[in-house]
Design a protein around this ligand. Sequence first.
Ligand code: FAD
Length: 412
Amino acid sequence: MDILLSGASVAGPALAYWLNRSGHSTTIVERAPALRDGGYSVDFRGDVHLNVLRKMGIFQEIQRRQTHMGAMWNVNEAGKKLSALPADLFAGDVEILRGDLAEILYDLTRDHTEYIFDDSIAALDEDADGVTVTFERGPSRRFDLVVGADGLHSKVRELAFGPERQFLSYLGLYCAIFTTENYLGLDYSGQAYGTPGRMVALYSARQNTEAKAMFWFGSPELTYDRRDTRRQQDLLEQAMAGVGWEAPRLLRDSRRAGDFYFDAIAQVRMDRWSHGRVVLLGDAAWCPSPLSGMGTGLAIVGAYVLAGELAATGDHRTAFAGYEAAMRDYVLACQKMGEGVSKFMVPENKFMLWFMNQNYKLMPYLPWKGLMARSARKTAAAIRLKDYEPQRNELSRPAGPAPRPRPSGRAS
Ligand SMILES: Cc1cc2nc3c(=O)[nH]c(=O)nc-3n(C[C@H](O)[C@H](O)[C@H](O)COP(=O)(O)OP(=O)(O)OC[C@H]3O[C@@H](n4cnc5c(N)ncnc54)[C@H](O)[C@@H]3O)c2cc1C
């Protein structure tokens, strides 16, 4: 089949890899003008995640490029260290920058997948034999199937299922992230400073050669244009007004950042993930929120299952039903990991801030210190994957048209 995927981050290229192996022809359209290499750390945990990465042959490369992150220190306004959150509580079994992961997946698929950057699906017109896709820039084309792997604010979801407000469940926080200088000289570690309802953090990345700044704040839902970065920077500045420590400097840096990211922390909840010849995958289908620490693993596992069901059944209707049945409980369990976390992540009042800090101080001595990490690992492994290998071919020929040359610039 000729299959169009929207989104070149994690879910899209991971699915393209498996579809290519089954002999399908894959095209990925990405709105950004080039591969987005900015971003934060994401992680994989437990045997299920790691086995899928091994089956894809990318586990070693991910290990090679892992962050090797150490503790995240809570500091006071003067920068004095108060308590540490050890990495094994939040960094999973292997942690990597999302941009590095996207690059690994792009390199894995670029010879067999046609990549179209700087474009987006504008309309989908489905009939009995396929889908006519209208693009914002390129000419219309026909595909057998269309996959929405285009994240929290999926265009494919909007076109096939309706406006996103029906599906997004806001968790009460906003988050901004960008790359900046490692001017505090952080050594594979991070520092975080919280005031009621607000948090600012800085952690080193890429062998300490740079740092990632993160802001989190509680707020009622905001209305703004998601393409208007300046407006988002203004909103961030207003929300963080009066916060001390490194916040004023980092707010100034945010204005110059090439990869400024700002979004609401939300989950996607849908009764079904397919509609006719259109199917959703990754954050577009089920975003569990960054608070769950499960989004990347879910995207990789979902890609394996969706392509496997297509290979096993050969019929998209049966395959989509099998995919939804296999993934549903797993997704719900992973989403649960992200619920109720907001109030611990960004405490709303001084007492809660103090309480969390005492908790972190005592953590190394508490008998249940490993509980959080163990429970996350257990949830991440709570799916029994079929072995779809017999239905798959080794890649022996390019499945699609010749790939476009890789754009020289990098988008933020
Ligand atoms: C701050 C933060 C921290 C996180 N931490 C973790 C973590 O520790 N562990 C973890 O597992 N996960 C984490 N996540 C979540 C993780 O990043 C996502 O779950 C994962 O990236 C999902 O991948 P995806 O490919 O489904 O979507 P995305 O990574 O969101 O990619 C969607 C892609 O679609 C593109 N796109 C959007 N609209 C269009 C369009 N109209 N046309 C074409 N392309 C389009 C986008 O440019 C993007 O490239 C975190 C997320 C955030 C925001």
